[in-house]
Design a protein around this ligand. Sequence first.
Ligand code: ADP
Length: 585
Amino acid sequence: MIKRENGFICNSIKGIRIMYRAEPKMLLLNIFFTFLHGLSWTMQVVFTQRFFDSAQALVRNKISLAYVAIMLLGLIASYAFCQVMNGVDNCHARILSLAITKHTNLSIFKRIDTMNCIEFEDANQLDYINQAINGAGNIVWVCLTLLDIIFFYTTYFVLMGIYLFTLKPVLSISILAIFIPCFISNIIQIKTFKDLENISAPIRRECDYYESCASDLRETRLWGATEHFKKLFTLCLKKLNRLTLRAQLKKNVISMLMNFITVIGYGVILFMIFMLVLHKQITVGAFTAVLSSIGRLFSFMSEVISERISWASENVATLDNYLSFVSDTVDNGVEKTRCEESDIILNNVAFKYPESKKYAIKNINLRIKKGQTLAIVGENGSGKTTLCKLLLGLYSPTKGQILVGNTSIEKASNEKWSAIFQNYCKYKMTLKKNITISNENRTDEDADIEYICKKTGVVLDDEKLLNGINTMLGRDFAGAELSGGQWQRVAIARGIYRSYDFIVLDEPTSAIDPLEETHLYEEFIDICEGKTAVIVTHRLGSTKIADCIIVMKDGIIVEQGTHAELIEQNGEYKRMYDMQSKWYL
Ligand code: ADP
């Protein structure tokens, strides 16, 4: 993970390059619309001057009414053009944003796809992905801020500067008179609120947490702790309000001071143009046009600094995250080999999770013979699930080596591997899609899928599954909601639908009642016939179907053998088996 910290301009330029590569025509069109939008505001000023000058000339009978009418039409047209350009520019920016977000999201999915499963166990890495997703959503708006500054605001300010300069060079200084106090005021405001945000963010999080605890209608109310959380919430809120008040006060005092300077600047400009009219150095039309544009110059200046640049500088860090995330290089060049008819061999395998000091798996030496059923048992936290993930190549060993035949597991193709995970996915799709997701191109008859449903106990004549295997599952899209046990059966059906020669079943029946479970284990014997299978189970009676059982404790294998052998050994397995038997008796 490489993290860079670049500024607004540098990141925006990189972002604009991405936007150009994704949608060149749309981006250029957007720049064109933005430029026309900036131009349209200046045209208004020019036509205002022309109209008032012609009206004054008409009063003095120097020109015809037709000429004034044309100028009036020009003025109306320039106002209309400005409004149209405002709408077109904004609307096009939104369309561009949708098109670019599609590309940036796809690039994130592509990058996530190249990540190793173990990276998802790292909280920092998950934060990094979240920040990159935020950045992908902001990229267009941060980049458009820079493009608007160049093609809209600069166009308007430069053209206005030229216009004022041609009227009277001294007038162009008025732009600076507006710019300087506005700039200072906004920069101080941005800094004040940034500081406030840094100090108040953890307090706000604390406030939110206490509020959520206080409004919990179940546990907190049962413990009678609502008042306690309300008190903590009020204390926190008071602290937050005090900080906000202080920042607001500072902001308003600075604002007042700068507004005062601006008003003086206004007064000076007003006096200047009034004197220029009086001495007939500028026309009445020019006086009106300048007067009307001063307010707009001020509001644009304030908008670009306090809204656009302030927002962009706050969010440019997220863009940085996106750029570094998608540009992190991943080596995907490993050629995968199909390893059929092979044993799986673990040589001194050890594994440690990222950020963890302790090894979850230590010194495992094991051979899973082709076609064998291996059961893994052990207490919670003994390393069963971690071992399964290592066997599926989802994690790479920290030490040691896993071989599939003679091939290292990293290079072995998983095309013919299947799994039923403990935390299985509940896809909000039809039952058929849920089962066939690993190979949608397979052309099975519905009857074949219904057979798998029957084998795994997915009851199709249930009143919830009105459309049989074509019933939508999950409430999100108005489908049928299944119980935990029913969802687990769907996951089992998905696992065995895939054509495989190696399957891992990690507590496949944890949500299924004991009677049904016995029936399912009988089915597994049938289903796994001739295939290599690894079954993790808590219910020791079910291990009898396995050719070999390993007992895990603290990440190591403490016992190994068949059910009968382990009972005979009278060790950990026998102790656990007796404990469970006691409950059943
Ligand atoms: P089991 O499946 O036997 O319950 P696991 O394989 O889930 O055990 O866990 C083995 C050990 O690894 C435990 O000590 C557990 O706390 C630790 N562990 C599991 N997942 C993670 C993780 N994502 N990050 C850090 N430690 C983990």
